[in-house]
Design a protein. Structure first.
Length: 348
Protein backbone atom coordinates (compact mmCIF):
# COMPACT_ATOMS: atom_id res chain seq x y z
CA UNK A 1 0.00 0.00 0.00
CA UNK A 2 2.84 2.38 0.91
CA UNK A 3 4.47 1.81 -2.47
CA UNK A 4 1.38 3.21 -4.16
CA UNK A 5 1.70 6.52 -2.33
CA UNK A 6 2.71 9.20 -4.84
CA UNK A 7 5.67 11.44 -3.94
CA UNK A 8 3.37 14.47 -4.08
CA UNK A 9 1.01 12.88 -1.55
CA UNK A 10 3.97 11.98 0.70
CA UNK A 11 5.07 15.62 0.66
CA UNK A 12 1.60 16.70 1.72
CA UNK A 13 1.67 14.28 4.67
CA UNK A 14 5.08 15.52 5.79
CA UNK A 15 3.99 19.14 5.40
CA UNK A 16 0.92 18.74 7.61
CA UNK A 17 3.06 18.12 10.68
CA UNK A 18 5.13 21.31 10.41
CA UNK A 19 2.86 23.12 12.91
CA UNK A 20 -0.31 25.12 12.31
CA UNK A 21 1.46 28.50 12.08
CA UNK A 22 3.90 27.24 9.46
CA UNK A 23 3.36 28.40 5.88
CA UNK A 24 4.37 24.91 4.72
CA UNK A 25 1.70 23.30 6.91
CA UNK A 26 -1.03 25.72 5.78
CA UNK A 27 -0.19 25.13 2.12
CA UNK A 28 -0.08 21.35 2.65
CA UNK A 29 -3.42 21.47 4.47
CA UNK A 30 -5.08 23.45 1.68
CA UNK A 31 -3.78 21.07 -0.98
CA UNK A 32 -4.70 18.01 1.11
CA UNK A 33 -8.27 19.26 1.41
CA UNK A 34 -8.41 19.79 -2.35
CA UNK A 35 -7.23 16.19 -2.81
CA UNK A 36 -9.85 14.85 -0.38
CA UNK A 37 -12.64 16.80 -2.10
CA UNK A 38 -11.61 15.66 -5.59
CA UNK A 39 -13.95 13.34 -7.48
CA UNK A 40 -11.21 11.94 -9.76
CA UNK A 41 -10.59 8.21 -9.25
CA UNK A 42 -6.82 8.59 -8.83
CA UNK A 43 -7.23 11.45 -6.39
CA UNK A 44 -9.81 9.53 -4.37
CA UNK A 45 -7.36 6.66 -3.90
CA UNK A 46 -4.51 8.99 -2.94
CA UNK A 47 -6.84 10.82 -0.52
CA UNK A 48 -7.60 7.52 1.20
CA UNK A 49 -3.88 6.76 1.54
CA UNK A 50 -3.19 10.27 2.79
CA UNK A 51 -5.85 10.03 5.51
CA UNK A 52 -4.65 6.58 6.60
CA UNK A 53 -1.03 7.74 6.87
CA UNK A 54 -1.99 10.93 8.72
CA UNK A 55 -4.02 8.98 11.27
CA UNK A 56 -1.24 6.42 11.69
CA UNK A 57 1.25 9.21 12.35
CA UNK A 58 -1.11 10.84 14.85
CA UNK A 59 -1.49 7.50 16.63
CA UNK A 60 2.29 7.08 16.82
CA UNK A 61 2.68 10.59 18.25
CA UNK A 62 -0.08 10.18 20.83
CA UNK A 63 0.85 9.34 24.40
CA UNK A 64 -1.41 7.12 26.49
CA UNK A 65 -5.12 6.55 25.80
CA UNK A 66 -6.95 8.63 23.21
CA UNK A 67 -8.31 11.92 24.54
CA UNK A 68 -10.14 14.78 22.84
CA UNK A 69 -7.36 17.37 22.69
CA UNK A 70 -9.26 19.36 20.06
CA UNK A 71 -12.71 20.91 20.22
CA UNK A 72 -15.12 20.77 17.28
CA UNK A 73 -17.92 23.34 17.30
CA UNK A 74 -20.76 23.42 14.79
CA UNK A 75 -22.43 26.76 14.12
CA UNK A 76 -25.85 26.68 12.49
CA UNK A 77 -28.48 29.32 12.01
CA UNK A 78 -30.69 31.13 9.52
CA UNK A 79 -29.34 33.50 6.85
CA UNK A 80 -28.93 36.95 8.33
CA UNK A 81 -27.88 35.73 11.77
CA UNK A 82 -24.37 37.09 11.18
CA UNK A 83 -22.56 33.74 11.30
CA UNK A 84 -19.50 34.91 9.36
CA UNK A 85 -19.05 38.04 11.50
CA UNK A 86 -19.52 36.01 14.68
CA UNK A 87 -17.02 33.35 13.60
CA UNK A 88 -14.42 35.94 12.67
CA UNK A 89 -14.82 37.77 15.99
CA UNK A 90 -14.72 34.55 18.00
CA UNK A 91 -11.80 33.21 15.96
CA UNK A 92 -9.69 36.33 16.46
CA UNK A 93 -10.48 36.26 20.17
CA UNK A 94 -9.34 32.63 20.40
CA UNK A 95 -6.09 33.23 18.52
CA UNK A 96 -5.26 35.97 21.02
CA UNK A 97 -5.76 33.37 23.75
CA UNK A 98 -3.16 31.14 22.09
CA UNK A 99 -5.46 28.79 20.22
CA UNK A 100 -5.02 27.61 16.64
CA UNK A 101 -8.37 28.00 14.89
CA UNK A 102 -9.59 26.28 11.72
CA UNK A 103 -12.85 27.38 10.11
CA UNK A 104 -14.71 25.16 7.68
CA UNK A 105 -17.34 27.34 6.07
CA UNK A 106 -19.74 25.05 4.25
CA UNK A 107 -21.15 26.96 1.29
CA UNK A 108 -24.09 26.10 -0.94
CA UNK A 109 -22.89 24.85 -4.32
CA UNK A 110 -23.32 26.34 -7.75
CA UNK A 111 -25.53 24.07 -9.86
CA UNK A 112 -23.29 24.92 -12.83
CA UNK A 113 -19.72 24.63 -11.51
CA UNK A 114 -20.26 22.68 -8.29
CA UNK A 115 -18.12 25.20 -6.43
CA UNK A 116 -18.88 27.43 -3.45
CA UNK A 117 -21.23 30.34 -4.06
CA UNK A 118 -20.74 32.55 -1.00
CA UNK A 119 -16.98 32.28 -0.54
CA UNK A 120 -16.78 32.85 3.22
CA UNK A 121 -13.02 33.34 3.02
CA UNK A 122 -13.67 36.70 1.39
CA UNK A 123 -16.03 37.60 4.27
CA UNK A 124 -13.52 36.74 7.02
CA UNK A 125 -10.52 38.62 5.70
CA UNK A 126 -8.98 39.48 9.11
CA UNK A 127 -9.25 35.93 10.40
CA UNK A 128 -8.09 34.41 7.10
CA UNK A 129 -4.95 36.57 7.26
CA UNK A 130 -4.08 35.50 10.80
CA UNK A 131 -1.09 33.11 10.96
CA UNK A 132 -2.87 31.14 13.69
CA UNK A 133 -6.07 30.59 11.73
CA UNK A 134 -7.12 28.71 8.65
CA UNK A 135 -10.35 29.47 6.77
CA UNK A 136 -11.63 27.12 4.10
CA UNK A 137 -14.95 27.31 2.22
CA UNK A 138 -16.22 23.93 1.05
CA UNK A 139 -19.11 23.38 -1.39
CA UNK A 140 -21.91 21.00 -0.36
CA UNK A 141 -22.21 19.64 -3.93
CA UNK A 142 -25.81 18.69 -3.26
CA UNK A 143 -25.23 17.00 0.11
CA UNK A 144 -28.23 17.52 2.37
CA UNK A 145 -27.86 18.86 5.89
CA UNK A 146 -25.64 21.88 5.26
CA UNK A 147 -22.47 19.81 5.72
CA UNK A 148 -20.16 18.85 2.86
CA UNK A 149 -19.58 15.17 2.13
CA UNK A 150 -15.96 15.16 3.30
CA UNK A 151 -16.26 17.58 6.23
CA UNK A 152 -15.41 14.94 8.83
CA UNK A 153 -12.22 14.00 6.96
CA UNK A 154 -11.22 17.65 6.59
CA UNK A 155 -11.69 18.11 10.34
CA UNK A 156 -9.19 15.28 10.93
CA UNK A 157 -6.67 16.95 8.60
CA UNK A 158 -7.04 20.28 10.41
CA UNK A 159 -6.42 18.61 13.76
CA UNK A 160 -3.40 16.75 12.41
CA UNK A 161 -2.02 20.11 11.28
CA UNK A 162 -2.21 21.41 14.84
CA UNK A 163 -5.51 23.29 14.99
CA UNK A 164 -7.10 22.69 18.39
CA UNK A 165 -10.34 24.57 17.72
CA UNK A 166 -12.34 23.64 14.61
CA UNK A 167 -15.40 25.76 13.78
CA UNK A 168 -17.80 24.25 11.24
CA UNK A 169 -20.29 26.71 9.78
CA UNK A 170 -23.26 25.00 8.18
CA UNK A 171 -25.17 26.35 5.19
CA UNK A 172 -28.22 27.05 7.33
CA UNK A 173 -30.85 26.10 4.78
CA UNK A 174 -33.47 24.45 6.99
CA UNK A 175 -34.32 21.59 9.29
CA UNK A 176 -32.09 19.09 7.45
CA UNK A 177 -28.99 20.83 8.82
CA UNK A 178 -29.28 18.76 12.01
CA UNK A 179 -26.76 16.43 10.31
CA UNK A 180 -24.08 18.85 11.56
CA UNK A 181 -24.41 17.07 14.91
CA UNK A 182 -22.80 14.04 13.24
CA UNK A 183 -19.60 16.02 12.66
CA UNK A 184 -18.92 18.16 15.75
CA UNK A 185 -18.68 17.89 19.53
CA UNK A 186 -21.06 20.76 20.23
CA UNK A 187 -23.77 22.50 18.23
CA UNK A 188 -24.44 26.22 18.50
CA UNK A 189 -27.59 27.77 17.10
CA UNK A 190 -26.86 31.38 16.18
CA UNK A 191 -29.97 33.52 15.65
CA UNK A 192 -30.76 37.19 15.04
CA UNK A 193 -33.17 39.19 17.22
CA UNK A 194 -36.53 37.87 16.04
CA UNK A 195 -39.50 35.87 17.18
CA UNK A 196 -42.87 34.60 16.08
CA UNK A 197 -42.63 32.51 12.92
CA UNK A 198 -38.83 32.42 13.05
CA UNK A 199 -38.89 30.90 16.55
CA UNK A 200 -41.67 28.46 15.65
CA UNK A 201 -39.63 27.24 12.70
CA UNK A 202 -36.65 26.60 14.95
CA UNK A 203 -38.43 24.65 17.67
CA UNK A 204 -38.04 21.29 15.99
CA UNK A 205 -35.00 19.74 14.41
CA UNK A 206 -32.13 22.12 15.05
CA UNK A 207 -33.47 23.14 18.48
CA UNK A 208 -33.36 19.51 19.58
CA UNK A 209 -29.63 19.25 18.87
CA UNK A 210 -28.57 22.75 19.99
CA UNK A 211 -26.27 22.74 23.02
CA UNK A 212 -26.31 26.53 23.17
CA UNK A 213 -28.41 29.24 21.53
CA UNK A 214 -26.66 32.54 20.89
CA UNK A 215 -28.69 35.63 20.02
CA UNK A 216 -26.41 37.81 17.91
CA UNK A 217 -26.73 41.50 16.98
CA UNK A 218 -27.65 42.45 20.56
CA UNK A 219 -26.64 46.08 20.11
CA UNK A 220 -28.17 49.45 19.37
CA UNK A 221 -31.87 49.44 18.52
CA UNK A 222 -31.93 45.63 18.39
CA UNK A 223 -30.75 45.14 21.98
CA UNK A 224 -34.26 45.15 23.43
CA UNK A 225 -35.51 42.76 20.74
CA UNK A 226 -32.52 40.49 21.42
CA UNK A 227 -33.48 40.27 25.10
CA UNK A 228 -37.03 39.23 24.21
CA UNK A 229 -35.69 36.69 21.70
CA UNK A 230 -33.35 35.24 24.32
CA UNK A 231 -36.27 34.77 26.74
CA UNK A 232 -38.36 33.11 24.02
CA UNK A 233 -35.60 30.65 23.17
CA UNK A 234 -34.98 29.92 26.85
CA UNK A 235 -38.65 28.93 27.17
CA UNK A 236 -38.42 26.82 24.02
CA UNK A 237 -35.34 25.00 25.35
CA UNK A 238 -37.21 24.10 28.53
CA UNK A 239 -39.72 22.19 26.42
CA UNK A 240 -37.09 20.37 24.36
CA UNK A 241 -35.72 17.03 25.53
CA UNK A 242 -32.07 17.15 26.58
CA UNK A 243 -29.51 15.47 24.34
CA UNK A 244 -27.36 14.61 27.33
CA UNK A 245 -28.40 14.42 31.01
CA UNK A 246 -25.14 16.11 32.02
CA UNK A 247 -25.80 19.29 30.05
CA UNK A 248 -28.63 21.81 30.13
CA UNK A 249 -28.65 23.95 26.94
CA UNK A 250 -28.42 27.65 27.65
CA UNK A 251 -29.04 30.96 25.88
CA UNK A 252 -26.52 33.77 25.57
CA UNK A 253 -26.57 37.18 23.89
CA UNK A 254 -23.73 38.88 22.07
CA UNK A 255 -22.83 41.48 19.50
CA UNK A 256 -20.23 40.11 17.11
CA UNK A 257 -19.96 43.50 15.43
CA UNK A 258 -19.17 45.27 18.72
CA UNK A 259 -17.27 42.33 20.19
CA UNK A 260 -19.52 42.25 23.25
CA UNK A 261 -20.50 39.01 24.94
CA UNK A 262 -18.02 36.86 22.97
CA UNK A 263 -16.05 35.89 26.07
CA UNK A 264 -19.28 34.91 27.80
CA UNK A 265 -20.16 32.61 24.92
CA UNK A 266 -16.69 31.05 24.97
CA UNK A 267 -17.01 30.42 28.72
CA UNK A 268 -20.14 28.38 28.08
CA UNK A 269 -18.41 26.46 25.29
CA UNK A 270 -15.47 25.56 27.52
CA UNK A 271 -17.85 24.58 30.33
CA UNK A 272 -19.59 22.20 27.92
CA UNK A 273 -16.26 20.73 26.79
CA UNK A 274 -15.06 20.19 30.36
CA UNK A 275 -18.38 18.66 31.45
CA UNK A 276 -18.61 16.28 28.49
CA UNK A 277 -14.93 15.30 28.67
CA UNK A 278 -15.30 14.47 32.35
CA UNK A 279 -18.14 12.10 31.44
CA UNK A 280 -16.17 10.78 28.41
CA UNK A 281 -19.11 11.76 26.24
CA UNK A 282 -17.09 13.51 23.51
CA UNK A 283 -14.96 10.46 22.73
CA UNK A 284 -18.04 8.25 22.67
CA UNK A 285 -19.84 10.66 20.38
CA UNK A 286 -16.87 10.77 18.00
CA UNK A 287 -16.85 6.97 17.89
CA UNK A 288 -20.54 6.95 16.89
CA UNK A 289 -19.89 9.66 14.32
CA UNK A 290 -17.04 7.72 12.73
CA UNK A 291 -19.21 4.63 12.41
CA UNK A 292 -22.03 6.65 10.86
CA UNK A 293 -19.71 8.34 8.35
CA UNK A 294 -18.25 4.94 7.46
CA UNK A 295 -21.68 3.71 6.40
CA UNK A 296 -22.34 6.98 4.57
CA UNK A 297 -19.06 6.57 2.70
CA UNK A 298 -19.92 2.97 1.84
CA UNK A 299 -23.20 4.18 0.40
CA UNK A 300 -21.39 6.79 -1.71
CA UNK A 301 -18.84 4.25 -2.98
CA UNK A 302 -21.53 1.72 -3.90
CA UNK A 303 -23.49 4.39 -5.77
CA UNK A 304 -20.40 5.38 -7.76
CA UNK A 305 -19.66 1.75 -8.63
CA UNK A 306 -23.26 0.99 -9.55
CA UNK A 307 -23.58 4.00 -11.86
CA UNK A 308 -20.40 2.99 -13.68
CA UNK A 309 -21.56 -0.63 -14.09
CA UNK A 310 -22.60 -1.32 -17.69
CA UNK A 311 -25.13 -4.02 -16.75
CA UNK A 312 -26.81 -1.63 -14.32
CA UNK A 313 -26.71 1.20 -16.85
CA UNK A 314 -28.34 -0.94 -19.57
CA UNK A 315 -31.01 -2.26 -17.21
CA UNK A 316 -31.80 1.26 -15.99
CA UNK A 317 -32.29 2.38 -19.59
CA UNK A 318 -34.57 -0.63 -20.26
CA UNK A 319 -36.66 0.13 -17.16
CA UNK A 320 -37.06 3.84 -17.96
CA UNK A 321 -40.20 3.53 -20.15
CA UNK A 322 -42.04 1.34 -17.60
CA UNK A 323 -41.07 3.74 -14.83
CA UNK A 324 -42.31 6.72 -16.86
CA UNK A 325 -45.69 5.06 -17.49
CA UNK A 326 -46.08 3.80 -13.94
CA UNK A 327 -45.90 0.11 -14.96
CA UNK A 328 -43.22 -0.64 -12.36
CA UNK A 329 -42.54 0.91 -8.96
CA UNK A 330 -39.23 2.66 -8.21
CA UNK A 331 -38.73 0.13 -5.42
CA UNK A 332 -39.02 -2.85 -7.78
CA UNK A 333 -36.80 -1.15 -10.34
CA UNK A 334 -34.17 -0.45 -7.66
CA UNK A 335 -34.31 -4.10 -6.56
CA UNK A 336 -33.73 -5.21 -10.17
CA UNK A 337 -30.74 -2.88 -10.50
CA UNK A 338 -29.32 -4.19 -7.22
CA UNK A 339 -29.64 -7.78 -8.42
CA UNK A 340 -27.84 -6.88 -11.66
CA UNK A 341 -25.06 -5.17 -9.73
CA UNK A 342 -24.56 -8.08 -7.34
CA UNK A 343 -24.60 -10.59 -10.21
CA UNK A 344 -22.15 -8.59 -12.33
CA UNK A 345 -20.16 -6.35 -9.90
CA UNK A 346 -17.47 -5.70 -12.53
CA UNK A 347 -19.89 -4.99 -15.35
CA UNK A 348 -19.43 -6.50 -18.82
Amino acid sequence: MASQLLPSTKRLIDGLFHGASSAVARTSLARSITLVESTLARDRFQAELLLDHVLEQRKAMAEGPATATSFRIGIAGPPGAGKSTFIETLGLSLTKKGHKVAVLAIDPSSSVTGGSILGDKTRMTHLANSPDAFVRPSPTRGTLGGVAQHTNEIVLLCEACGYDIVLVESVGLGQSEIIIDDTVDMVMLLVPPAGGDELQGSKKGIMEIADIVVVNKADGELKSAAKHTAVDYAHALQLARRKEPEWKPTVKMCSAREGEGIDGVWNVLTEFRDTMNAAQKIERKRARQSSKWMWNQLHQELMVMAKKNQFVHDEASALAPDLAHGFISPRSAARKLLEDFLAHPKGK
